[in-house]
Design a protein. Structure first.
Length: 244
């Protein structure tokens, strides 16, 4: 009963509460984060495509359980260098694994998986150099049945990039429709456990860069560098288009 639970919603301050004090409560009020919408920007016809790669070369994916451990991240974010401070984010393209995984963790190529997730856009935290404040006040939800690439048009949201760097994150919707199962080996290497897995599995860019550009939010809602695929792979398979 000394455990705590975190209540979190987009555009509200996360609230950490002791479980022992929940017994007689019927509601908890969260504090809304003040969001000052930037002035409307005209979208230039001169655009810059960031983190470009050949999608046919994407072979690795994050979001599935990792070897002998489960995937315990709420969000994964890709860092981008902004071509211009004050530019407008026009769209993002996210590449994912479209095939259903069976109980052994193997792809079933006869079926494509339904998925639903949220996209978050963050500025730069000057202290951690990771994701900072939300740059969009609206919830961006993406859905797909059979597409490998999910392109999300953001022009109507007027997302202005105020920092020299910004982040595009995938937030997993941990519900029944996104849930599946895979088997993981135990420490003895002989027995396996059937564990829950949530879709989607997000692609890893085939191009290696000089810096690790992937960050993950853990269950404590702390952002940390996501180094599972490094040093061989440093970026998520997410592209972003920004107007100059």
């Amino acid at each position: 009963m000394r455990d705590t639970i975190i209540f979190a919603a987009q555009n509200y301050l996360a609230f950490k509460f002791p479980i022992r004090e929940l017994e007689e409560r019927d509601s908890i009020q969260l504090i809304r984060v003040a969001f000052l919408a930037p002035p409307k920007q005209s979208v230039s016809k001169l655009d810059t495509l960031l983190n470009d790669f050949d999608s046919n070369d994407v072979e690795h994916y994050a979001g599935v359980n990792e070897r002998a451990t489960s995937f315990e991240w709420l969000q994964l974010a890709q860092r981008f260098d902004s071509p211009k401070i004050g530019g407008v984010l026009k769209n993002v393209s996210i590449y994912r694994l479209v095939f259903t995984l069976n109980g052994e963790g193997q792809a079933n190529y006869a079926a494509t998986e339904y998925t639903k997730f949220r996209v978050r856009i963050y500025g730069l935290d000057s202290l951690t150099l990771g994701p900072g404040r939300d740059l969009c006040s609206k919830v961006i939800e993406a859905k797909s049945n059979g597409r490998r690439r999910i392109k999300i048009d953001l022009t109507n949201l007027n997302i202005v990039i105020p920092d020299p760097e910004f982040f595009v994150a995938v937030e997993w919707v941990r519900d029944f429709h996104n849930m599946g199962y895979v088997r993981l080996n135990n420490a003895d290497g002989l027995t396996t456990d059937r564990v829950i897995n949530y879709r989607p599995a997000i692609g890893i860019s085939p191009i290696k860069t000089n810096n690790l550009n992937i960050w993950g939010m853990n269950f404590r809602r702390a952002w940390l560098p996501y180094s599972y695929f490094s040093p061989d792979f440093t970026d998520l398979a997410i592209k972003a288009e920004v107007s100059k």
